[in-house]
Every structure is written in structure tokens, then in C-alpha cells.
Design a protein around this ligand. Structure first.
Ligand code: MN
Length: 250
């Protein structure tokens, strides 16, 4: 599927705003999605309007290498493009409270392997999100070594998309919870865990593993003898390939 490019279009919520309640109120979701997220989409488009040459790039391509963008555009892409990316993953990773579920299958196995148990994962994610000072996000990402890890970013920054594949995130800007929880970020995080759409996270995990395998093939690290030689070198800096550990998931 071709990735979206400029002009970026605001994505509709995949549920009704009131369906996250009581975990996240309809008022919070509407305000967050219809006003704040929309503002990021509009501001990203406004910033790109003067750069026709870059309008064919996907959001991921724009965010992967901000250092390659014109200096006059870079801050806007990091700030507004990051805001679009972070909010789209956040809203798309939730589902109606009535469908509350736990992760299962290979994703659950990976969570247990990395964090000990589902409960430990939830506590760790909460702890990391609590410790993100001021505004930002906590993320569950898949590394290019095929393992899960938790990371945080400040402001509207995204993790290094050249190195990791985000599969879940939680917005910890006060605007995500203040209307309902005031300063009780911990209560908001506990509630957020109950509206995670684990089916979608699992799909991103499986697709992420495919991408990791493909990248590994492209680097000539796996597959039939010499398979890597058939592919063109994609111009990645060499140090990014200086990885020796890889957990192969058949
Ligand atoms: Mn937000």
C-alpha cells in the first residue's frame, strides 16, 4: 500500500469518542483528536506547502532523517510531523472499553520474554511514562534485533525510526488527561491500559518482524548463500549495521 504524502489528511477515530469512557472521557478524546491532533496536521501541511520537492515523501520518510531536511523546515517537521505520527499511533492503538482484552499469541510471548509477565510490562510502561518529565510519550518499540523495548520521547519527538519500529504509544502530555484526571497521570495510565487495542498492536508487531527480517536479508545477514549480494546497498550509514545479535523468530 502506498504511504500517504502531502497534503496529509486527518484520520478519523476508529471508534466513537465516548467508547473509551470511562477510561478516557468523550470530552477528552474529542478535544484531543478534533482540536489538538488536527492542529498538528494543519501545521505540518502549512510547513510543507513551500517545499513542493519534498511533498512526495511519506511522514515516516520525513521523520527518519530530519537532519537531511532544509534547516528552515526541520523544526516544523519534527514538531508537527512528530505530532501527527505520535497522535495517529496513539488514537489507533485504542478500542472501546467494552472490548477490553489482553495481548495473546507471539506478542504475549515476546512481552513475557522481555519483561517477565504482562503485569510487569504494564508496571514498567507506567513507570517509564510517569518518569517522562513534563510533556512527551512512552513507546513500545520493536528493535532491528527483533526484541521489544520501552522508550520515551519528549515534546512531539518520535523514536529513531531508522532503528526501531513503534508498535504502541501513550501520550503523556497533560492535555491528554488533565480534563478528566487533573494531575493524576498514574490514574490515566492505569485506565489507558484497559483500552489498548492489542489486536492492532499484534499486527504491527508481526509486520515489524517481517520488516526486521527483510532488512536483515538486505544486509546479507540471512537467507540463502550470498542472498544479500543481490540487493542494492540502500545507503544506510555502516555503523547502523554493526549489530551481531539477532533473535530470529521463525
Ligand atoms: Mn496529545
Amino acid at each position: 500500500m502506498k504511504e500517504e504524502t502531502y497534503p496529509f489528511v486527518m484520520r478519523a477515530l476508529p471508534y466513537e469518542p465516548y467508547e473509551l469512557a470511562p477510561c478516557i472521557s468523550a470530552e477528552s478524546t474529542l478535544y484531543h483528536h478534533d482540536r489538538l491532533y488536527k492542529a498538528y496536521v494543519d501545521q505540518l501541511n502549512a510547513a510543507l506547502a513551500d517545499y513542493p520537492v519534498l511533498q512526495g515523501l511519506s511522514l515516516k520518510e520525513l521523520l527518519e532523517r530530519p537532519e537531511n531536511l532544509p534547516e528552515s523546515l526541520r523544526t516544523s517537521v519534527v514538531r508537527y510531523g512528530g505530532g501527527v505520527y505520535g497522535h495517529e499511533l496513539f488514537f489507533d492503538s485504542m478500542q472501546p472499553f467494552s472490548q477490553e482484552q489482553d495481548p495473546k499469541g507471539s506478542l504475549l510471548e515476546a512481552i513475557i520474554q522481555e519483561f517477565g509477565s504482562l503485569r510487569d510490562f504494564r508496571e514498567r510502561m507506567k513507570e517509564v511514562a510517569m518518569n517522562q518529565f513534563a510533556s512527551g510519550y512512552a513507546w513500545l518499540v520493536l528493535g532491528q534485533d527483533g526484541t521489544l523495548r520501552i522508550t520515551t520521547t519528549a515534546n512531539q519527538d518520535v523514536p529513531d525510526l531508522k532503528r526501531v519500529i513503534p508498535i504502541l504509544n501513550v501520550d503523556v502530555w497533560e492535555h491528554s488527561y488533565y480534563l478528566q484526571y487533573q494531575d493524576r497521570r498514574g490514574d490515566y495510565l492505569n485506565a489507558w491500559h484497559r483500552v489498548i487495542n492489542w489486536r492492532k498492536v499484534a499486527r504491527r508487531y508481526e509486520e515489524g518482524l517481517e520488516e526486521v527480517r527483510k532488512n536483515r536479508l538486505l544486509r546479507g545477514e540471512a537467507g540463502p548463500e550470498g542472498a544479500g549480494e543481490k540487493f542494492l546497498f540502500l545507503g544506510e550509514p555502516q555503523e547502523e549495521f554493526a549489530r551481531t545479535e539477532f533473535v530470529f523468530v521463525p
